[in-house]
Design a protein around this ligand. Structure first.
Ligand code: SF4
Length: 458
């Protein structure tokens, strides 16, 4: 009801954010950390921050997400959090026995100016870190950036801490995915394996945040890349970042630190981007594309051709995470939809804007950063109403207010399940996405059809 008061007239804002289209950096950092085997994410700040980070992930994945906190109170806020973190490290290794503690900072610890390198060095000097265990950190000040920035920062820190160049190339290809669902991580691994590519992938949250129910509690589910695998990536022959915003810094670091040739390409969402991914793998690994992959592609093309009349010219507005938005924009263009608005709360830079315009044309409204919020998104749609919204759960208020169907995509999704298990990447993921879209448009057509036009076979 409150949304009825959103005015159509857009006023340029430079400081105020209303209903942000993002969550905070540590959420993404924790998610990336969970993609390492036997890793406990640790939030260096107040209990309230950590509760929020964990609950955001728990509600999205419908799984208990493990994470610890430095539990700042007034004392730590004034005098710094060193004592709290040292005590935390003691307690965590004694009680929870992880192999890795991945610390993310918070707004508070960043404002105080805690020197995490010095604190961790002190923990090492004081013998607080058991042999064979590691404490690492990523700087994730949440007064800037978003969960995607936090993910990217943690991924870069993982490379910094663990990738090693031994001087002996192992012939493997390292795959570094941007912030995507565990189902998509599984799908990307499946494609690489199907092509006969020897690969290392991290972070890998499959089997961690979508672990099966077996009646027992597992503090560290049996998933995630091992420290040895991550170390090996320093000897790989090539590294591919999938999604530039989330991975570019990490692949660049792998290149400069370990001399691994690398590039960052679009996430393989839809035909064009999956073609590019497959072709990159084919070229770099020197393999041929198997018939099974060609069949998957052909099936996606088949449905696209058969049902194009339900998609062609339909207008779509989307908001979410930048790397996924680039893939979705390409997917929609391939399917004949008209992309009206593309917004992300992540400060994704001019390259993001340029890439969206390159795909969707100059007519698309594209904006990134803090003022690219859901209030602005709603205003845009009041001026040019789309047939479909793609965005996270928070878009449901706008969708309801304007009677526009919503496909839930990106982070967070609190009110539906399936995203952790059903991919949108690769040709198979493209088919899932396409079926979802067709169901929505065809259901609408059925709902709105006059009696004489209501058909059994459409
Ligand atoms: S935005 Fe800052 S203060 Fe708020 S939960 Fe995130 S880290 Fe904590």
């Amino acid at each position: 009801m409150l949304l009825r008061h959103t005015p159509k007239e857009v006023v340029e804002r430079c400081a105020l954010t209303i209903n942000p289209a993002k969550t905070c950096q540590p959420v993404g950092a924790m998610y990336a950390a969970l993609g390492m085997n036997r890793c406990l994410p640790h939030s260096h700040g107040s209990q309230g921050c950590c509760s929020y980070h964990r609950s955001a992930l728990t509600r999205h994945y419908a799984e208990p997400i493990m994470g610890s906190t430095s539990s700042f109170t007034e004392g730590a806020s004034v005098f710094g959090g060193q004592a709290n973190l040292l005590e935390s490290i003691n307690n965590i290794f004694a009680l929870y026995d992880p192999d890795i503690i991945a610390v993310n900072t918070t707004c508070l610890s960043e404002v105080i100016g805690d020197d995490l390198t010095q604190i961790i060095n002190k923990a090492v000097a004081d013998n607080k870190i058991p042999k064979g265990k590691t404490v690492m950190y990523a700087s994730t000040p949440s007064f800037k950036g978003s969960h995607v920035t936090g993910y990217a920062n943690m991924l870069t820190a993982i490379v910094q801490n663990f990738a090693e160049n031994t001087g002996r190339k192992n012939g493997k290809i390292t795959l570094l995915p941007s912030f995507i669902e565990p189902s998509d991580m599984t799908e990307i691994k499946r494609i690489a394996a199907e092509m006969g590519v020897s690969y290392i992938m991290y972070p890998d949250t499959s089997g961690v945040v979508n672990a099966p129910m077996d009646g027992k509690f597992h503090m560290y589910p049996n998933g995630g890349a091992t420290r040895e695998q991550i170390a090996e990536s320093g000897d790989s022959s090539y590294a591919i970042g999938l999604g530039r915003v989330g991975t570019l810094n990490a692949v660049r670091l792998l290149d400069s630190k370990c001399k691994v040739r690398s590039s960052a390409i679009d996430l393989p969402i839809g035909i064009t981007a999956t073609d590019a991914f497959i072709d990159t793998l084919r070229t770099i690994a020197g393999v041929t594309v198997p018939q099974s992959i060609m069949t998957e592609r052909g099936q996606l093309v088949d449905i696209l051709c058969d049902k194009n009349q339900y998609l062609y010219g339909k207008k779509v507005s989307m908001v979410g995470d930048p790397d996924i938005l680039i893939g979705l924009t390409q997917f929609c263009k391939d399917a004949g939809l008209h992309v009206l608005h593309v917004l992300t709360g992540t400060p994704a830079g001019s390259k993001f804007t340029d890439r969206i315009k390159e795909i969707a044309g100059d007519g698309v409204v594209v904006k990134a950063g803090a003022q690219s919020d859901l209030f602005y998104f709603h205003q845009l749609m009041q001026n040019d109403k789309p047939d479909l919204i793609m965005g996270n759960t928070y878009c449901k208020y706008i969708a309801r207010d304007m009677d526009i169907p919503l496909i839930r995509i990106c982070f967070p999704i609190y009110d539906r399940v399936g995203h952790s298990y059903i991919p949108i990447t690769g040709y198979r993921g493209g088919l899932n996405l396409l079926v979802k879209m067709l169901d929505i448009f065809m259901d609408r057509q059925d709902r709105d059809a006059p009696e004489e036009k209501f058909e059994l076979v459409m």
